[in-house]
Design a protein around this ligand. Sequence first.
Ligand code: SF4
Length: 241
Amino acid sequence: MQNKIEQIISLLSEEFPGQKPKPSKSDPLDMLIATMLSQNTTDKASYIAFQNLKTRFKNWEEVLNSPISRVKDAIRVCGLANQKSKSIRLLLRDIKKKRKRINIDFVKKLPDNEIYNELLKYDGVGVKTVSCVLAFGLGRDVFPVDTHVHRLTNRLGLIKTKSPDKTFEQMKNLVPKGKKFLLHTLLIKFGRKICRSKNPLCGKCVLYDMCGFKDKEYYSSLSSKAAAVPKENNFIILENV
Ligand code: SF4
């Protein structure tokens, strides 16, 4: 399986040149909140919401103590403002209660497994969110799995799982060391442009021969007639935080 994954990385690297092999680091709490904002929205919208929080409030303490309507206004652009503002405030309150201040820099010195154990204790924080903090906040060699990465790894036949968390558990042992972040970003791009959730462009896919998706022939016949691959008009928020 590792050979197949290496082959996928090589083919997708040719298809999407210029992907960074490693993430740049950022503040772990910023990354935690940026990841919460990024649920069910575009990268651009969640990036604007994150910037609004950073510019309209002095610090996370102020986000916690201001009227919630101010928080909602700041993040409205990324949708689900009610739910996300509540989740962010619950998280900040929980961090303050457990750490006595709103800061999670203590995780920087911990090994990956301890960071999962620590951060999963906080309200509203799941495995995907912690993986993003590790990869994008701390530059660790982990493989975050969202619904898109989950879909792709299953379609390609790398694993057979029912949920992103199960996919994460299996993929963490399959992806070669030092390649996890690169594979994650390549799959995100590939999922947006080619292996889309609906109507994948199988007829234009460089991974066609190695893909285990049962409907690939059907979608190949459709996508050979489809319009050209759409231009990239998004950016990865996690590269911008
Ligand atoms: S052949 Fe189709 S389903 Fe398989 S990876 Fe390519 S686009 Fe996705």
